[in-house]
Ligand binder design. Sequence first.
Ligand SMILES: [Zn+2]
Length: 324
Amino acid sequence: MSDMPPGLPPFMTSQAGGPPPMSSGGSFAQSLGAFGTMLKIQETISTRFPNSKVPWKDTRVFLRAHTIESIRSTPLYGFMMRLFKDVGLGDMQLVGYAPMHYVFAVPGCPVCNIYPALHNQKVCVATTDALHRFFKEDLELECIVEETECVKDSGTVCKFKVSLQPISAYQVLLDDNDRLILSGKRPPTMEQPELVSRVEVLTIYKLLDRGKLSDIGEAYMQFAGSMPVKEQIFDPPWKTAEELKSIISKHGTFGSAFGEMAAKVQSVQPSVPQVPSVPSTPPVSPSSAVPPAPSVQEQASKIKEEAKNAGSFAELIAKMKKQN
Ligand SMILES: [Zn+2]
């Protein structure tokens, strides 16, 4: 089969001026196919992501998990992996973790396969963008995302590193009980095992150090009091699907399940709020030229230093963002 049907206008057969960069070395038909595939992925993201907002309560469970296995078993993780697969970004999985840093790998990455002619560069910008968008818009977590390894750049698998902005992570991570613990009080009704597990998480996140408020904790608490917390309570986006599954298994026939399902769907849909409560940061840097995120210790001394000079929590966030 010839690459090019005969009789096309001259500009379509010209080597120069073709649609970059997908056409380099590939045929025009191939480029059109790639363009169509990308368009489809972007379209599905635009439809699905606005309906995938996750309440902080569930994001907290994800943030508090601190082993790869426990993170993988959170409902949010399962939902996110299904969502990314559904929109056409492949079978993503968590392969690396450090507090506030998540490394996701996509074996057989479908985005790479869209660009058969490209080599020696990281090409999976669509996945990088989608990760940034999901964390920022659906989880309200400010972050930097970069593709650290790409099959098209002699990697064995495409890997993406998500680094959370600490202040933003703390805002979602901490609930009232955590704030009580940080201010040196034991939540009145809390059992010992839960207290121990919370102290462990607060220590992992460097807010506590050997049972005492750390420098980061101190700087954060200094401003947390003046910060209006705008936590919104609503059902997680996976709740409807789970309810429908259980209703179907309860009822013998589809017909008898339908009435109950319709009622559920109607009661669930209007509850998703659209207002993001975290201010925006500069967009994702898709290239590897991004400097590595500063260590938590460096962040701590910066936060403390900035805390002294900032008049408000909002101002502190603005200053911290400039440093990122
Ligand atoms: Zn890639």
